[in-house]
Design a protein around this ligand. Structure first.
Ligand SMILES: *Cc1c(COP(=O)(O)O)cnc(C)c1O
Length: 404
């Protein structure tokens, strides 16, 4: 995405032309960026060729996942719906892992019938349930156990998952008990230790700590795991010049770990694969200037992009057409929804705006559309995928008549 003669352009398409053709708001993805992200991700870890399972919850569009599949990735899913999406996108069951603390009997049944690679269990009760269902089908089911390594990911508390107070995984003591339990079961085959310590992680040190814990526990359990699933969580830079995750150091730590272990590594990245491929194009409906504060009211809202309201996230915000006239005012960029948290960002010295101008929020490819809702009976936006000078509609805008 760049300005060509002051006009914001995604690959070879001008943002203003997208808005004209499809209306606003629009979720718009770049294929070129997706391809580059996947190729970089693979390069970072190419010495041990991991199985890379895309975390479907970050972007559930079947067409996007099809492209991801063609670029060689599998899938990490957290519900029956996501498993169906992954299968629909053509991902081979043997490249799918199923995570989550609350898989229902129906979900476990479905996963077993589809013969996916691993069900990563997160409690003793879940293992007993998997065992019961496997037995009833006369099958042996491959599972992983998710360890809670009690590692602080040093990220936002809302997206931290690897500390002992989080609901995810089991503690060390329980882990050893469950390894023993699984060893003696005729219906489950323990193949994997999994961890996932959180999201938007920009510091490699929590990953190093996590690997130290995993190393210690695998040695102590005296059990050979075919797979070690390290989860995802790799952060991206949402603002210019912000910190970047040091993949080299993470890679070095994993290679050090693999000197003592022969397991295959699995990753479950979401954000790092799709985060920066997406933009949300919206239009200024009104400019409202109050005594105390001035507002840019957009036609996109928290139902379309929830991250600012949910996590206090801030997305880089750009005009579709650049001028050199800077406003001296401070504006809140808000949506039309009846909630005070329906606010995207506050910007000083943004360029002067008029009603009907187009505003683009960047890096919304992960946890953007997938977290969207129909709050206020607002239809979800159209999604398009740009490949060079071609535009593919990959999801139609919802119609009001289908919502009512
Ligand atoms: C959310 C999640 C991921 C993906 O996290 P990202 O930060 O998007 O890479 C991977 N694994 C599990 C178990 C998750 O819950």
């Amino acid at each position: 995405m760049r300005y060509i003669n002051k006009i914001l352009t995604i690959e070879k398409i001008r943002v203003q032309d997208i808005a004209k053709k499809f209306g606003t708001p629009v979720y718009c993805y770049s294929y070129k960026q997706l391809k580059e992200n996947i190729s970089n991700f693979k390069k970072n870890f190419n010495s041990f060729s991991p199985l890379i399972c895309f975390a479907v919850k970050s972007n559930t569009n079947v067409s996007i996942i099809k492209e991801i599949r063609k670029l060689g990735l599998g899938a990490d899913v957290v519900s029956m719906g996501e498993l169906m999406v992954a299968l629909k996108a053509g991902i081979k069951p043997k490249k799918i892992v199923f995570s989550g603390v609350g898989k229902t009997a129906a979900e476990i049944n479905y996963a077993i019938d589809k013969k996916i690679l691993l069900i990563n269990a997160e409690s003793k009760s879940e293992i007993i349930e998997i065992e019961r269902i496997a037995k009833s089908k006369n099958k042996i089911v491959d599972i992983g156990i998710r360890l809670n390594p009690n590692t602080d990911a040093k990220t936002l508390k809302q997206i931290s998952t690897g500390k002992k107070e989080n609901k995810f995984g089991v503690d060390e003591k329980t882990f050893f008990k469950l390894v023993n339990y699984s060893k003696n079961s005729k219906s489950i085959d323990l193949k994997c230790l999994s961890v996932h310590i959180g999201s938007q992680i920009l510091d490699h040190k929590p990953y190093e700590k996590m690997l130290d814990v995993v190393d210690k526990i695998v040695k102590k359990s005296n059990y050979r795991f075919d797979f070690i699933d390290l989860g995802g969580g790799m952060g991206i830079s949402y603002e210019n010049n912000k910190k970047k995750l040091n993949y080299k150091k993470y890679n070095i730590a994993i290679k050090r770990f693999l000197k003592n272990h022969t397991s295959k590594i699995i990753f479950e990245p979401g954000r790092s694969i799709v985060g920066n491929i997406g933009s949300l194009i919206s239009k200024v409906i009104y400019i409202k200037e109050n005594n105390k504060k001035d507002f840019i009211i957009l036609d996109a809202a928290m139902n379309d992009l929830m991250r600012p309201a949910l996590y206090g996230a801030n997305h880089k915000t750009l005009p579709a057409f650049k001028t050199n006239q800077i406003s001296q005012k401070t504006y809140d960029f808000v949506g039309p929804i009846c909630e005070s948290t329906d606010k995207f960002t506050t910007l000083k010295k943004f360029q002067k705006l008029k009603e009907k101008d187009l505003i683009i929020m960047c890096d919304v490819g992960a946890y953007g559309m997938s977290l969207s809702s129909n709050y206020n009976v607002r239809p979800k936006p159209i999604e398009i995928l740009i490949k060079g000078s071609k535009i593919n509609i990959i999801k139609q805008r919802q119609k009001l008549k289908d919502l009512i």
